[in-house]
Design a protein around this ligand. Structure first.
Ligand code: ADP
Ligand code: ZN
Length: 525
């Protein structure tokens, strides 16, 4: 019989050192591993780069029987499997990127006890045939990777993940360990409920990444702001996130013309071209990846020195996951987020155009609101962001607000002038037009609608266009104005607008800042 039974370990430190070559566990890892080994279900929420994989790979080497790892993406599985094989771990993987005979062989090795781990997708696992075969193996542990996909409350719900809630009754003797980098308190509770009836532990490990600096700047001109930021960054590896395939190509070309090694990455490219660019990014120093969100999952490059968002991401979760790719070596790394009114509009539109139910869309709008609140924060950004994830921190000293606390100014008069313009134009126009009206502009559109004859026309002449744009962003972020996305981004009034217009309270804003980034004084972790 040519069956090579893999080495089984009895001590987690022994496995850590012998197989993975690490001296010690990182914060949180041992807790998760101990819970799993004690037979408990676990949901572990740990930031990207914290070392989640090890939390189930070590138990897999100690437990009797195969550990089943459910992962959403072929690329993620391939990465993990390659890394494990490089460490000499017996691991199998079944997915659609391999031909049938290969998949059969991979399964055979699991069934004969030759593999410690099996990676597969939820839809492969949850077929009746696979479940029946699986039952005979009595797996000691099911691992749900990217577990936020289980929850309808999360930003990345996948229906095929919802089906995993059946595992707990199908395999009552197995434990379930779920891992995610992004889940607020409500989502966590929901995941634990779905996967193991909340009978197990939830371990949340430090979200804060103090070595990442946080900067948010209003958009003025995306290209020149990007170049300004890149000025003294020759030789640094970084990611520039763009919204569309086209703009990823354009910014990559722009940076290349300026002498940077900048490569595009997006879903419109061939698999080979994407793979080549990714390999160069990982292998070479000083490559800038200009990418859509298609890039990043499973990327393990420790020395990414910056993440620059040319546009607003979809949610705090997405944003945090994306910037979390920088500085995994613990050395300082800078993150910059540009955002403008057009971003807000577009994000709202994306949500509205999604083919999802109303409740889901409302939740996505709320997430976007939270991100806008972060962008318009007038206190330490890290505090705002961490509070969103349920963590308390003190002012960080490594964000643009800590560096340069904004002046709060009373913008009540300007806000009321603008709100009157919103009201008098019938709550039927977007920010640009309303601002033009209140500033007394003479445009074709204004004349066409007779808006030059409104009482509010020109009542805000004293203030600049940039001032009003900032005011509108902050008003939206704080609920003093609403953007109606079902209707082309029309500004509409809210109960808060009405009470302000009635003379109740004051509307304070942070002074719009000069829109430039300088290289930050670096602060080590
Ligand atoms: P996550 O899945 O949480 O994003 P990974 O599991 O990919 O993170 O691990 C991130 C990096 O940290 C990997 O390069 C991994 O080898 C490394 N790592 C994990 N645990 C340890 C440890 N205990 N000591 C040293 N390095 C570790
Ligand atoms: Zn701060």
């Amino acid at each position: 019989q040519d069956v090579r039974m893999p080495q089984r370990f009895t001590d987690k430190y022994d496995a850590l050192k012998t197989v993975f070559g690490h001296a010690d566990f990182r914060l949180g890892q041992a807790d998760v591993i101990d819970d799993i080994l004690a037979g408990s279900n676990v949901l572990a929420v740990m930031p990207t780069g914290a070392g989640k994989s090890l939390c189930y790979q070590v138990p897999a080497l100690l437990l009797d029987g195969p550990t089943i790892v459910i992962s959403p993406l072929v690329a993620l599985m391939d990465n993990q499997v390659a890394a494990l094989r490089a460490n000499g771990v017996a691991v199998s993987c079944i997915h659609s990127g391999q031909d049938r005979s290969r998949n059969i062989e991979e399964w055979r090795r699991v069934a004969s006890g030759e593999s410690h781990l099996l990676y597969l997708s939820p839809e492969r696992l949850m077929t009746e045939r696979m479940l029946a075969a699986m039952a005979k193996l009595r797996p000691p542990l099911f691992v749900v990777d990217e577990a936020h996909c289980v929850s309808k409350w999360g930003p990345a719900f996948r229906p095929e993940y919802a089906d995993l809630s059946r595992l707990k009754s199908l395999f009552p003797d197995s434990r379930i360990a779920a891992f995610t980098a992004t889940a607020d308190a409500g989502t966590r509770a929901d995941i634990a409920q779905q996967l193991f009836n909340a009978k197990g532990s939830v371990i949340v490990q430090g979200f804060d990444r103090p070595n990442l600096s946080l900067t948010v700047i209003p958009k003025v001109n995306r290209s020149s702001q990007l170049l300004e930021f890149m000025k003294d960054r020759a030789g640094e590896s970084g990611i520039v996130y763009a919204l569309s395939r086209k703009s990823a190509e354009e910014y990559a070309a722009l940076l290349s013309r300026e002498g940077f090694t900048a490569l595009p990455y997006h879903a419109g490219m061939s698999a080979e071209a994407r793979f080549d660019n990714q390999e160069r990014f990982i292998a070479e120093d000083g490559v800038v990846m200009v990418a859509t969100i298609a890039f990043g999952m499973g990327i393990d490059k420790p020395d990414i020195r910056f993440v620059y968002h040319v546009n607003l991401p979809s949610s705090p979760e997405a944003y945090y996951q994306e910037i979390g790719r920088a500085g995994r070596d613990g050395q300082p790394a800078d993150t910059v987020l540009l955002y403008g009114l057009d971003d807000i509009r577009m994000r709202r539109q994306f949500i509205t155009q999604e083919d999802t139910d109303r409740e889901h869309q409302l939740r996505e709008h709320k997430r976007l609101d939270a991100l806008l609140g972060y962008c318009e924060a007038s206190t330490c950004r890290r505090q705002v962001l961490m509070a969103y994830f349920g963590e308390m921190t003190s002012p960080c000293g490594a964000c643009d607000i800590c560096d340069n606390p904004p002046e709060r100014i009373d913008a009540t008069d300007a806000a009321i002038a603008l709100m009157h313009a919103v009201e008098q134009t019938g709550e039927r126009f977007g920010a640009n037009h309303v601002i033009a009206v209140v500033r007394g502009a003479d445009t074709d559109k204004i004349r066409q609608f007779g808006h030059d004859r409104l009482p509010s026309h020109g009542t805000g002449e004293r203030w600049g266009d940039g001032f009003f744009k900032s005011l509108v962003r902050q008003a939206i972020a704080t609920g003093y104005l609403n953007v109606d996305m079902q209707r082309y981004g029309r500004l509409t009034l809210t109960p808060q607008s009405l009470s302000l217009m009635n003379g109740d309270g004051a509307f304070l804003i942070t002074e719009p800042k000069a829109a430039k980034t300088t290289k930050r004084k670096r602060k080590a972790a």
